[in-house]
Write a protein that binds this ligand. Structure first.
Ligand code: SAM
Length: 309
């Protein structure tokens, strides 16, 4: 669908400019009209993986010269790209998926450009971290982006220890083959009861948001192999976790909300009280819903509520 652009918009392709072009994280239809225009018109494209980007360009019927720019050639390739920009060429930087410079070497190229006085602009779009955060059900007002946890033992331990101090929502990226180890490390640091949303295969056919606790995620992946790409959204500590947990539990059907508290070891009556508090409803309302669901209740479970009809 073509729209009439406004004179306020930054649309002309300018020489000597690096364009950070966000690409889809799984659904090709998420590539914006502006991204297609920029990719079609720049002098060259710097791609993290030229084969992947080649496929994307060919789906869109775009043909532009490409150079590779990735973790293991960024030191030599970065200055060459900056020289071409200084000579007046325009370049689009694309990562494998999502927004360049988020957990990929794009940040180094932006820094080199900034140091050399080369202009950089953005063609915004998908970012797995923000997509997952908004779907998690956790507070979004304050969050920390952690990217991938380090692999080496010492920096990994230090980073995990630092996570303990966060009271805001945390965002982590993880590959499927490392998910189990990361969940085990997170449980050891933050506890099994910490709320987590595992956001998988976002924008793809098998997209899934699994809202649970770290312990619940460990249990699931004992029986099942992790598949696809994951973003982990973890509730903040202290007061924030209670608030975020309650906010998320409110998204569950009432009986599952009660069942969650029972699994933590609470007596059923206490679980009903806690659920009522989270949902800001009288406890007899929760009680009735549980009764209706279960048809039969042992009255001794509910002696506090014996006056309730
Ligand atoms: N620059 C990208 C962005 O803006 O999101 C992130 C690049 S990082 C190298 C790749 C990681 O992003 C994956 O390991 C995974 O954690 C996450 N990711 C990318 N696409 C995803 C998707 N469709 N669903 C879930 N996570 C995804």
């Amino acid at each position: 669908m073509k729209y009439k652009s406004s004179p306020e918009e930054k649309n002309a392709i300018e020489g000597g400019t690096l364009y950070l072009v966000a690409t889809p994280i799984g659904n090709l239809a998420d590539l914006s009209e502006r991204a297609i225009k920029v990719l079609s018109e720049v002098d060259f494209i710097a791609a993290e993986d030229t084969r992947n980007t080649g496929k994307l360009l060919s789906c869109m019927g775009i043909s532009r010269p490409m150079v590779s720019y990735y973790e293991h050639n960024k030191r030599e390739r970065g200055p060459v790209i900056v020289e071409r920009l200084q000579a007046g060429e325009s370049c689009a930087l694309v990562s494998d998926a999502g927004t360049p410079a988020i957990s990929d070497p794009g940040e180094d190229l932006v820094r080199l450009c900034a140091e050399a006085g080369v202009s950089v602009t953005s063609v915004p779009g998908c970012c797995a971290a923000i997509t997952a955060l908004t779907l998690s059900g956790l507070p979004t007002a304050r969050f920390t982006f952690e990217g991938f946890l380090p692999v080496d033992n010492r920096p990994r331990k230090e980073r995990l220890a630092a996570l303990k101090k966060h009271t805001e929502t945390m965002i982590l990226y993880e590959a499927p083959h490392k998910l189990r180890t990361t969940l085990t490390d997170l449980a050891a640091t933050l506890g099994e009861d910490r709320y987590i949303a595992l956001c998988r295969e976002l924008t793809k056919r098998n997209e899934e948001i699994f809202r649970t606790t770290i312990g619940g995620a460990i249990d699931r992946y004992k029986a099942e192999d992790p598949r696809g790409e994951y973003v982990l959204i973890i509730g903040g500590g202290d007061g924030a976790v209670e608030e975020s947990l309650a906010a998320t539990l409110r998204l569950l059907p009432t009986c599952e909300h009660v069942a969650y508290y029972e699994k933590t070891g609470m007596k059923r009556m206490d679980a009903i009280k806690a659920t009522a508090k989270d949902r800001n409803v009288p406890k007899n309302v929760v009680y009735r819903i549980v009764c209706e669901e279960e048809k039969y209740i042992d009255p001794s479970d509910y002696e506090d509520f014996s006056a309730i009809p």
